[in-house]
Design a protein around this ligand. Structure first.
Ligand code: SF4
Length: 315
């Protein structure tokens, strides 16, 4: 038995008697699991989202390479543009726009599409975005496997399951009590504001939905933007420790707040969720494999041509 919902379909998992959840309401199965009918996300390695130590001092940038021009939306202005401008103190806006597109082109040519985000459904992507806080992706995968085995990878099932049982299943992801509360909080919000519909939730205007997500317990900017980008295909860029480290090491931005770096990238590149998706995934790949906190492998890195020669020689 299945039901169409846009280009997603819902599949009835099973049928059991009504149960009372620990939040007090009656839950009945069958539970519904969103299954995208086309183009599932897939990936085999994910990065930890923990804040990594910085031990390389930012330096002024100079770029000798010919840089590819990109089409920009000159109508974008206001607070985001102001934040971006304040974050870039070493190079002009036009130089940042050109060099970021060149970064993307180099990364894509060197490493190919990364096929992010790993997750069979939009809800699984959201769960992964919440669970990846302060832990490695391998630990997230273990917790998600537990949820899948227990048939809890749906908003309805998470709403109904007792918190103690959910905590046990989430234990491999670390901070499992906090993450239990965050998942419960998200699902409660989903039902209260959108009747339990992920389609309605993710169809909301980007900024309004971002504000709503950020108001939830345990959801910070990186998690909210991961949900918006990877589950909702909203054109937002996910700033993480890797992008922060690379931008700072390349002199594109001084140490800056999350919102400043996000605005810098979003106003420097075309507003395209697929571009932001791939760019973030490629940056994580470089951050994990080349741009390590100590002893970065610059001489082997696809971004080395953007480094000043003096910095390349010292690494
Ligand atoms: S060249 Fe690569 S490894 Fe070196 S600082 Fe740049 S991104 Fe990091």
């Amino acid at each position: 038995m299945s039901h169409s919902a846009g280009r997603f379909s819902s599949v009835v998992l099973n049928s059991l008697t009504p149960v009372r959840s620990d939040s007090g309401f009656i839950c009945t199965r069958p539970a519904f699991l969103d299954l995208p009918s086309t183009r599932r996300y897939r990936a085999f390695n994910m990065a930890a989202s923990r804040v990594l130590p910085q031990n390389v001092r930012p330096f002024p940038a100079h770029y000798a390479d010919p840089l590819l021009p990109i089409v920009t939306d000159s109508s974008r202005s206001g607070p985001a543009r102001s934040l971006a401008t304040s974050a870039v103190q070493l190079v002009s806006d036009s130089a940042v726009q050109s060099v970021l597109r060149s970064y993307f082109d180099s990364l894509l040519a060197a490493h190919g599409p990364q096929h992010w985000w790993p997750g069979r459904t939009r809800f699984e992507i959201i769960v992964g975005a919440i669970l990846t806080q302060n832990t490695s992706w391998a630990n997230v995968e273990r917790a998600i496997r537990n949820l899948r085995a227990a048939r809890l990878l749906s908003p309805h099932a998470i709403r109904c399951v007792h918190s103690a049982r959910l905590s046990q299943l989430l234990r491999p992801s670390g901070y499992f009590r906090q993450k239990t509360k965050t998942l419960k909080s998200f699902v409660k919000f989903l039902y209260a504001s959108y009747g339990g519909s992920l389609t309605r939730l993710l169809a909301s205007p980007t900024q309004a939905l971002r504000d709503q997500l950020l108001a939830l317990r345990g959801i910070g900017p990186e998690t909210a933007d991961s949900i918006l980008l990877y589950a909702g295909k909203h054109p937002v860029f996910v700033v993480d420790a890797y992008s922060r480290r690379i931008l700072e090491r390349h002199g594109l931005a001084h140490p800056a707040r999350y919102e400043e770096l996000r605005a810098l990238i979003e106003t420097s590149l075309p507003s395209d969720h697929q571009l932001f998706n791939e760019f973030h995934a490629l940056i994580v790949h470089v951050g994990k494999n080349y741009c390590r906190p100590s002893n970065p492998r610059c001489s082997e890195c696809s971004l080395s041509r953007f480094l000043p020669q003096s910095t390349l020689a010292s690494t």
